[in-house]
Design a protein around this ligand. Structure first.
Ligand code: ADP
Length: 419
């Protein structure tokens, strides 16, 4: 899987970056989660319909048959190994497929079936008698667009008449010819060029507009404005679908600006419970003291797999060298690795080849590794101003608690860390 990705995605190496601090890049994290994803995320989730368009269907579906899809599309769904709709699909699909079309803002964590849901809506809306773009799907990055396109290609494998095209960097168009594909999946800049600058298709004829990874989209410089420019050109009757893993105020404001009379659904993760997570701290004088504390942990209890968080790449490298020389099998995941290298490290760690994963804030969110039994905050998380970053702390330690295992968390207290 990794080598396939190398060929296809041509990801750039980040080495040569000067910084020693890592910040998680939301687009990369989302991509990693998608590629690492081994099926639906299975946590206890509750669905919350926050706002309902009075015209949208009230029912949810328990089977894909109940959606009355074209036989070729249903065949594609089953060929992907999907037997029953996921939680969000149960509720979202009737609205996504309703006639007249309904707008939707949906939020749920990565891996819960959002992409599959909107791809199904995209495929089912295409009128193959018309040879022009009818569906636009905006993704924040090249890699995420490719991922979505692949899902569309697989789900639509028996709908041969439906044509799909990527509007991403590297894709060239013949400017003397109108685009004929039904579905365009791409990044905002390229779609703006093709649709508005070169007029290679008519924005007014778009019937479905999907904005994927809205949280990442608006966090990306320039994308916010480009999305608004595209949106302005669309027909007011176009179905607007807005998907996001998180739902900050900014994302919501943006969603409401774009989506008229939406049905808003949110899949809430069960309240993070700290009940079965034990937290300990060890007072340490310096790095050596912290190192001794880790040695003590390994001396006292049997540790399955552990993740150790450091503030800088330098500390991570230092600690990795020290632990390796003490006989531990150690993996290091820092921001100087390419996405492909990170996948490789995570895959090895997940399969148990290494017992310790030393990392920085690059791994702060969203990536769950089930078998980890101890999380060590070698350095407590701080924000750019050096203040306590409590949210990141909770994300770090919550990582394993969700899986219902009894877990132990250890943190080293540093003198300068004052709440
Ligand atoms: P999201 O967009 O929310 O991250 P995806 O649509 O990518 O979620 O789905 C996550 C994973 O679950 C993918 O591997 C996908 O193939 C799989 N999946 C999605 N829907 C279903 C389903 N109804 N049944 C089984 N697997 C599913």
């Amino acid at each position: 899987e990794v080598s396939k990705l190398v060929d296809k995605l041509n990801l750039d190496s980040k080495s040569g970056e000067e910084t020693d601090f890592d910040v998680a890049d939301p687009a990369e994290t989302s991509l990693l989660i998608k590629i690492l994803g081994k099926g639906l995320v299975n946590t206890k989730l509750s669905l919350d319909i926050q706002q309902k368009n009075p015209n949208s269907p009230l029912h949810s579906v328990k089977t894909f048959e109940a959606l009355h899809l074209k036989a070729s599309l249903l065949k594609g769904i089953y060929a992907m190994g999907f037997n029953t709709p996921s939680k969000i699909q149960e509720t979202a699909l009737p609205t996504l497929l309703a006639d007249p079309p309904q707008n939707m803002i949906a939020q749920s964590q990565s891996g819960t079936g959002k992409t599959a849901a909107f791809v199904l809506a995209m495929l089912s809306r295409v009128n193959v008698a018309l040879n022009h773009p009818q569906v636009l799907c905006l993704s924040p990055t090249y890699e995420l667009a490719i991922q979505t396109g692949e899902v569309a290609a697989r789900m639509g494998q028996f709908c041969r008449e439906i044509k799909l095209r990527f509007a991403v960097r590297g894709e060239e168009v013949d400017r003397s010819k109108k685009i004929e594909e039904h579905i365009l999946i791409g990044t905002p800049g390229k779609l703006l060029d093709w649709g508005i600058k070169f007029r290679l298709f008519d924005m007014k004829k778009i019937t479905v507009f999907v904005l994927d990874e809205a949280d990442v989209m608006i966090a990306t410089q320039g994308h916010h404005d480009q999305c608004i420019r595209i949106h302005k050109m669309l027909n007011p009757h176009c179905q607007m679908l807005f998907f996001s893993a998180t739902y900050g105020k900014e994302v919501m404001d943006f969603a409401r600006l774009i989506v008229a009379d939406p049905t808003i659904i949110r899949l809430m993760r069960e309240e993070e419970s700290l009940e079965n997570i034990k937290q300990y701290y060890v007072k340490c004088k310096n790095e050596e003291g912290k190192y001794n504390a880790i040695q003590n942990i390994y001396g006292c209890i049997s540790v399955g797999q552990a993740i150790i968080f450091c503030h800088t790449r330098k500390t991570a490298a230092w600690l990795a060298a020290k632990m390796t020389s003490d006989g531990h099998s150690v993996a290091v995941l820092t921001g100087d690795l390419t996405v492909v290298q990170r996948l490789d490290v995570l895959d090895r760690f997940r399969s148990g080849l290494e017992k310790v994963l030393i990392t920085t804030n690059i791994l702060s969110r969203g990536i769950d590794i089930e078998q980890v039994t101890i999380v060590v905050n070698f350095d407590l998380p701080v924000d750019v101003d050096g203040k306590a970053d409590c949210e990141t702390y909770l994300h770090r330690i919550g990582r394993t608690g969700r899986f219902g295992k009894k877990t132990k968390k250890v943190w080293n207290r540093h003198k300068s860390y004052n709440r």
